[in-house]
Design a protein around this ligand. Structure first.
Ligand SMILES: O=P(O)(O)OC[C@H]1O[C@H](OP(=O)(O)OP(=O)(O)O)[C@H](O)[C@@H]1O
Ligand code: HPA
Ligand SMILES: [Mg+2]
Length: 179
């Protein structure tokens, strides 16, 4: 697993500090709003777990599973819902938790869906943002790191379901997916 990583982009320590910083900022903005935090499975699981423990206000958590990458490093362009929310979002302040915004297709689909279900507000927190690959106009409300145009893995991010358990975020060697 480790030998497939070309370079570590963001260390475990940097991730930990950033999750704490974002959690504290969200706690200030969402004080008294009892936000519904929507974790986008599977990639956002480690980030959600770190973030909510640094966000010391009443909040609720729910999960949605969507997929558009499959076993590829490029989006299929089609966002599939694999698991829907259990909670109703009507009149709730929804905070979508993502690991990465790349093309932006997943999030623009989710934001439209949740607004259509009459959420009071819909905002986004992402650990990573890859603006160079954007195909839709979308900016996160809270963002950990802007990253260059490279396929990254670790801290929840996968290639063909592997590498999600790396504690850091690293660039995957091209030879791993170009062979
Ligand atoms: O901005 P986009 O180009 O839409 O890419 C971002 C999305 O892609 C990844 O999910 P993926 O579909 O790979 O599912 P996974 O979280 O289960 O890996 C990632 O976790 C984001 O949800
Ligand atoms: O760079 C990435 N790595 C892993 N999964 C992803 N999904 C969108 N972009 C990426
Ligand atoms: Mg994936």
């Amino acid at each position: 697993m480790y030998q497939d990583i070309q370079e570590i982009l963001i260390s475990e320590e940097e991730i930990e500090a950033k999750a704490a910083e974002l959690g504290k900022a969200i706690a200030i903005d969402y004080k008294d709003l009892n936000p519904l935090c929507v974790c986008v499975l599977k990639g956002a699981v480690p980030f959600m777990a770190d973030l909510i423990r640094k966000c010391e206000i009443p909040l609720e958590v729910d999960f949605m599973a969507v997929s558009s990458y499959g076993n590829s490093t490029k989006s299929s362009g089609v966002v599939r819902i694999i698991k829907d929310l259990e909670a109703s979002v009507e009149n709730r302040h929804v905070l979508i938790i993502e690991d990465i915004i790349d093309s932006g297709l997943t999030l623009s689909y989710l934001i439209d869906l949740l607004k259509g279900r009459k959420a009071a507000s819909v905002k986004v927190v992402t650990m990573l943002n890859k603006p160079a690959r954007r195909t839709v106009d979308l900016k996160p409300d809270y963002c950990g790191f802007d990253i260059p145009d490279a396929f990254v893995v670790g801290y929840g991010l996968d290639y063909a379901e592997k590498y999600r358990n790396l504690p850091y975020i690293g660039v995957l060697k091209e030879e791993v997916y170009c062979s």
